[in-house]
Design a protein around this ligand. Sequence first.
Ligand SMILES: CC(C)[C@H](C(=O)O)[C@@H](O)C(=O)O
Ligand code: SF4
Length: 467
Amino acid sequence: MATTLYDKLWQQHLVEHKESETPLIYVDRHLIHEVTSPQAFAGLKFNDRKLRHPERTFATMDHNVSTRSVEINAAGDSAANQLKILEKNCIEFGVTLFNMGHKNQGIVHVTGPELGLTLPGMVIVCGDSHTATHGAFGALAFGIGTSEVEHVFATQTLRQNKAKSMKIEIKGKVAKGISAKDIILSIIGKTGCAGATGHVVEYCGEAIEALSMEQRMTICNMSIEFGAKAGLIAPDQTTFQYLEGKEYSPQGDNWTKAVSDWQALKTDDGAEFDKVLTMNAADIKPQVTWGTSPDQVTSLDSTVPHPDDFEDAVEKESCANALEYMGLKAGTKISDIQISHVFIGSCTNSRIEDLRAAATQVKGQTVSSKVTAIVVPGSYRVKQQAEQEGLDKIFINAGFEWRLPGCSMCLGMNDDILKEGDRCASTSNRNFEGRQGRGSRTHLVSPELAAVAAITGHFVEPAVLTV
Ligand SMILES: CC(C)[C@H](C(=O)O)[C@@H](O)C(=O)O
Ligand code: SF4
């Protein structure tokens, strides 16, 4: 029978499925950070248990860290407390930790892939909703809750029901200057924020195959923002090239053997999906969110919608609420919205290609006097690479702040917080009320659009430039 990539990954990891019981699956890689691990470790201690496979778990510090200093106390007492607990737990339970300032430290969804901890064919879990990012490598990757983190610690397995499958095919090529962020925001705009609830989504088609690994990660990262359990892209030469030689990738004969196994990780012709969405790449334009949910998005050449543009009563009301929170008037041109802040960073868009794309727009220009702009590389490796290429200088000379890696302004858990009424062009993945600080307003965009917004103070179509 023709099967999907998801079916194959599921089958390969199914440990046991007894009737009337939730299936049990094996977990190859467990990634942890300071926010969702403390209670799970506490549970282990309480029950006097150890980690079943400490060598399969890797920890990093990301959400609570300050991006101004490597000092563990720099983001305040409660942040420091969580970071110190993670450090203590990792020592006690024998887990490798990428501690403050470690060369491998960074946002969990940036470091896993760049170190080769994320590999095709794996089941990868993390107590974090954007774990879907790792699906870009053809791994079944999804976020889990704290009690599940404890279960994985103790058993290296997880109880899970199989999800439904959805295929999203993007036909043809995108126009020049259209980024992966524009692709995923247009998908979410089309499906709505619950369009893939209960499904594992496989992205495919010419426009997806043409993407680099960094861009594929941007796509899979936002799968959760339209309800998907996980996002998947079948591994190919682009994937193998990216992974070859990474610190934790298989080496020598093991590498050759692994690549040959990974080549089988694809959906068979004729395999059936529970749901299918097809879009034409040529129709995708630069995207900007105007509301307080990632599906409240439109194209840059458009206007802020009116509640009456929606037929559904719930959508009407959420449009009205969003306009009020965002301080926007229906009919305003998206390109006329004036912003006060720019945040280039987060696990969606803080990888080297994102920084290159932003730097290209910024080179030789000056940040608007009305805008405060920061660039936060996703990891120390990204930071180092960017500095080798001189991207830091481009940003700093233009008036951006060049920060240390971390989740930063993506969410208000550290000292990078916006004030009430601040309006931010952000390359992150969530524009929920208060996400970047109480009363702050977020517009989700690509790195290119964020960069141009920093210079001009509003949303302008980025010039089509090559690095
Ligand atoms: C803090 C963490 C649990 C949370 C998540 O699960 O996604 C965060 O990363 C986020 O993006 O909101
Ligand atoms: S960068 Fe943002 S979305 Fe990603 S893990 Fe950190 S807080 Fe969550």
